[in-house]
Design a protein. Structure first.
Length: 144
């Protein structure tokens, strides 16, 4: 069970992020989550969207270099220690977290949502499920 994350390479200059998000907005692609990592010359915008096919098509047509990566979406109780519990399960299963970022769950005010990039999605999913932690899929993200 995974979510498709789109990683878009953008120049690190004023207006570059604005232009990239404008392409998505013009084609009515709704971003559910976004993370930006930067270096001196370029940035990597990681996004979760409602329509992966449409987003990748319009980004390609606009000349953006991008890739699609399977990541885990995890529903976490919005309470002190919620993330700690998830990280404990992943640590116990010897699953390394390469990066992660949070996003809001719309009307679900009792939970937070995290995107995790791990080396082994299947091992992480199994470990989390065995401890009663919900991993969400692409369809669930679209419906949040």
């Amino acid at each position: 069970m995974s979510i498709k994350q789109i990683s878009v390479f953008v120049e690190n200059k004023p207006g570059a992020l604005y232009a990239m998000t404008g392409v998505l907005a013009q084609h009515k692609v709704d971003m559910r989550a976004l993370s930006l990592a930067e270096t001196k010359d370029f940035g990597i915008v990681r996004i979760i969207v409602d329509n992966v096919y449409e987003a990748t098509t319009v980004l390609k047509d606009a000349g953006y270099v991008h890739s699609v990566t399977p990541v885990l979406g995890v529903r976490i109780p919005d309470m002190p220690g919620g993330l700690y519990r998830v990280l404990q399960v992943l640590t116990d299963a010897k699953v390394n977290v390469e990066y992660m970022y949070a996003f809001m769950g719309g009307k679900d005010v009792n939970h937070a949502y995290m995107i995790f990039r791990v080396a082994d999605n299947a091992a992480a999913t199994a470990a989390l499920a065995s401890r009663g932690i919900e991993v969400i899929d692409q369809e669930q993200v679209v419906n949040l």
